[in-house]
Design a protein around this ligand. Structure first.
Ligand code: GAR
Length: 208
């Protein structure tokens, strides 16, 4: 059984999807043992507490140097015995110490079809605004391992939906969350926890 630590910053609907998947037995080879937030007011922390999951808060602004913050977060994750770190709407940039400590052991969910609408500055609603501005006909979500290239690590799962003529960033965001993110994130976590993902040259090979 792997220890899963989830990093959050906001509402935590993806965290909730992970908790629900654990309760439903979709995630059965790992257990969410801690939720760490970059924001003490994040509703995601309430979701963790309601499910008796240990919580912690670490804020970038409490450290004058980025390298100090990076080191503190890496130490916190190690102290929680994380086998897998999941970024579920975590909005703070990660540094070398955290990323190298958890190479191919850290999964992010991004609300677009990477390599479209990703990289620095593309987060939350902004991703969907840009997709609609471009006029793409499909969008979706991607799970991937985290590397030092922002949103550039090995892709684990992707799914797409059609864009509608009357979509707004908000309706598109909601449809992608409900139909894709809340499904592929738990599935990707279970694939990792059951040792079904192999990384070869920045690509994943998934065994069924
Ligand atoms: C989700 O849509 C997630 O994909 C996105 O933020 C939202 C968090 O919602 N993440 C990013 O944009 C990362 N670049 P949640 O707090 O309700 O899970």
């Amino acid at each position: 059984m792997k220890n899963i630590v989830v990093l959050v910053s906001g509402g935590g609907t993806n965290l909730q999807a992970l908790i629900d998947a654990q309760n439903q037995g979709i995630i059965k080879s790992g257990k969410i043992t801690c939720v760490i937030s970059s924001n003490p007011g994040a509703y995601a922390l309430e979701r963790a507490k309601n499910n008796n999951i240990d919580t912690a808060v670490i804020r970038r602004k409490d450290y004058s140097e980025f390298s100090e913050y990076d080191k503190a977060l890496a130490q916190l994750l190690v102290s929680k015995n994380a086998d897998l770190v999941v970024l579920a709407g975590f909005m703070t940039i990660l540094g070398h110490q955290v990323i190298s400590q958890f190479e191919n052991k850290m999964i992010n969910i991004h609300p677009a079809l990477i390599p479209s609408f990703c990289g620095e500055g593309y987060y939350g609603l902004k991703v969907h605004e840009e997709a609609l501005k471009k006029g793409v006909k499909i969008s979706g979500a991607t799970t991937h391992f985290v590397t030092e290239e922002c949103d550039g690590g090995p892709i684990i799962m992707q799914r797409a939906i059609d864009i509608k003529n009357d979509d707004t960033p908000q309706t598109l965001q909601r449809r992608i969350m409900e139909n894709i993110e809340w499904k592929i994130l738990p599935l990707s976590v279970e694939l990792f926890c059951s040792d079904k993902i192999k990384v070869v040259e920045n690509k994943t090979i998934i065994s069924e």
